[in-house]
Design a protein around this ligand. Structure first.
Ligand SMILES: [Zn+2]
Length: 463
């Protein structure tokens, strides 16, 4: 990769709030080249301008004046990563039960623990733990789908993340919703209360777990509620072969065709996984403008299969990356998802040109923002968008030498290389230190709670 020569760029008018300089900048705008000697000017929480300086400066007349400066020390500045699907509070169940068949994993461990051990306070603290991991890994926007979602939303708000919080809906007793007849009322109240909850950073909506755990009326009513308000609607779709076979037996349709039959597919629907989509299903999603969240680590760990992502991209379906919950991953590391996605589709197609590095980084940033309907706010470093960005430390053995920053981000960098993180002009991480979260308190509470969860599971074994 060759970089354009440095030079001066149009400055913002007057002094800006923050100037990040001495950086290699990836704006992720389509077709934009990396900017060496780059700078990013931030004013009022938004990107004011991006440019390149004749020298590192300051003092350098080609740098815009600013009240506060951050020397990126030659680091890589790019838009914050967008995690399009997780169940944040499931960090509680990280490593609790691995290497089991999906049905046994769900019914012997996850469902009993969720129903009888989890409560709103645990969701709050679990989501704070997840937020700490997300921020340290360069994520600035997260789509969370779980139960007790009002508590999750409160935690994501405290962390300062940009978030789409979706209340989970199933047609059987769920955490916080013991009577499933109340599920849509709880979800509706959650959406309603979201109107007053930091509207710039937080979207409140609904996640129907799947076509096999929600009946047709539930699916249609939930979709109608979100559609009326222009909100994204989340659903796990075609995750396993078993799901496809059972739904086909019951309804005569594939999961995608079934949702279309119910009128659920449109440009505000986010289909998570999409592993077992037929070519006709893929055409259908493309025609309806459905977005897809690709969660490769979870699909591999649960042996669900490999989603046909290159085929969806060829059909111009908008695809983003997600981690899924930490119980099936087992981390919330989007660098890991980038690395795995790029390699997985290459070996699956026996074609090393599949899903190249630059496209993979776009899935984790710009395209992820489009999946969530947040492309006006975030996903690229474009003047007028929110200042959601990360600085990656390039001064490391495993990132030396540097020819192509996209290659390093996908094939060599790790979440631990993230040094600074900003959301809407506010620093959440500076020099790897969390600024919005009390890490010792979070860690202490989770470790104590983890011992309690272990005792609960031992009793489950005896029951
Ligand atoms: Zn999921």
């Amino acid at each position: 990769m060759s970089f354009p020569p440095p030079g001066t760029t149009a400055h913002p008018a007057g002094e800006v709030d923050i100037l990040i300089y001495n950086a290699l900048v990836l704006t992720l705008e389509p077709g934009a080249a990396p900017i060496i000697n780059g700078w990013v000017a931030i004013q009022g929480g938004k990107i004011a301008a991006v440019g390149s300086a004749a020298s590192f400066g300051p003092p350098c007349p080609s740098l815009p004046p600013a009240r506060r400066l951050l020397d990126a020390q030659g680091g890589l500045v790019l838009p914050g990563l967008v995690n399009t699907h997780t169940h944040a509070a499931m960090v509680w169940f990280r490593g609790l039960a691995d290497d089991l068949p999906l049905h046994q994993w769900l019914h012997d461990f996850i469902f009993p623990a969720e129903l009888r051990w989890l409560d709103g306070e645990k969701v709050f603290w679990g989501t704070l733990l997840a937020a700490a991991e997300l921020i340290r890994g360069g994520v600035t926007t997260v789509a969370d789908s779980y139960f007790y979602e009002a508590e999750a939303r409160r935690a994501l708000g405290e962390a300062g993340l940009r978030a789409v919080a979706a209340q989970g809906v199933v047609d059987f007793p769920a955490p916080g919703v013991p009577d499933p007849r109340d599920n849509l009322q709880v979800a509706g109240e959650f959406v309603e209360s979201g109107r007053h909850f930091s509207p710039d950073l937080m979207t409140s909506t609904i996640f129907c777990h799947s076509p096999y755990t929600c009946g047709p009326e539930t699916l249609q009513q939930a979709k109608a509620l979100t559609r009326k308000q222009g909100l994204p609607f989340f659903i796990h779709l075609a995750e396993t072969r078993q799901e496809v076979e059972e739904l086909q037996k019951k309804t005569g349709h594939t999961p995608a065709a079934y949702l279309d039959h119910l009128g659920l597919l449109d440009e505000l629907t986010v289909a998570v996984h999409g592993v077992w989509l037929t070519p006709a299903d893929q055409d259908l999603l493309a025609r309806r403008g459905v977005k897809v969240s690709h969660c490769p680590e979870s699909n591999l760990k649960l042996a669900a299969g490999v989603a046909p992502i290159p085929d969806l991209l060829a059909r111009e379906v908008t695809v983003g990356l997600g981690t899924d919950g930490a119980a099936s991953n087992n981390n919330l590391d989007l660098f890991g998802e980038m690395s795995l996605a790029a390699r997985l589709h290459k070996v699956w197609r026996h074609d090393p040109t599949t899903l190249p590095a630059a496209q993979t980084v776009a899935l984790a940033t710009r395209e992820g923002a489009r999946v969530l309907g947040l492309e006006e706010a975030t996903g690229t470093l474009t003047p007028g968008k929110a200042a959601d960005l990360v600085v990656v430390d390039l001064n490391q053995a495993h990132l030396t030498p540097l020819f192509d920053p996209y290659s390093h981000l996908v094939y060599a960098a790790r979440a631990a290389d993230v040094r600074h993180v900003m959301v809407a002009g506010r620093w959440l991480l500076r020099d790897k230190e969390l600024l919005t979260l009390d890490w010792p308190e979070i860690a202490g509470r989770i470790r104590t709670g983890g011992r309690d969860l272990a005792a609960f599971c031992q009793n489950l074994g005896r029951a």
